[in-house]
Design a protein around this ligand. Structure first.
Ligand code: ZN
Length: 101
């Protein structure tokens, strides 16, 4: 992530990712706040990632077992194991913008 105030590039750790579900971060260099900018390509890639890593495995497991709870548990596990790390990688490459005061 690049700070829009001072252009400092900082790594988005999983801890920082989970602490900021709305995509608002504080620069470690200038301590100014900034947020991640939404784009069509980000939403499309996130939708593709969630379809392939969460919904498809859960749907296949439901088709095999007919258990809603097992499919839901599989979906939640896949969300944390695959989808959130992919989203963090996407977030790290998203453009940033200043947070209005
Ligand atoms: Zn900064």
């Amino acid at each position: 992530m690049k700070c829009p105030h001072c252009q400092h590039v900082q790594k988005l750790t999983m801890r920082a990712y989970y602490r900021s579900p709305r995509g608002r971060h504080v620069c470690v260099s200038c301590t100014q706040r900034f947020k991640l900018r939404w784009s069509f390509s980000y939403v499309a890639l996130l939708a593709l990632a969630s379809l392939t890593t969460v919904y498809a495995p859960a749907l296949i497991l439901y088709w095999l077992t007919r258990s809603v709870w097992l499919a839901a548990l599989c979906g939640v596990a896949c969300l944390f194991l695959f989808c959130f790390p992919i989203d963090r990688l996407l977030d790290e490459r998203r453009d940033t913008e200043k947070v209005p005061a």
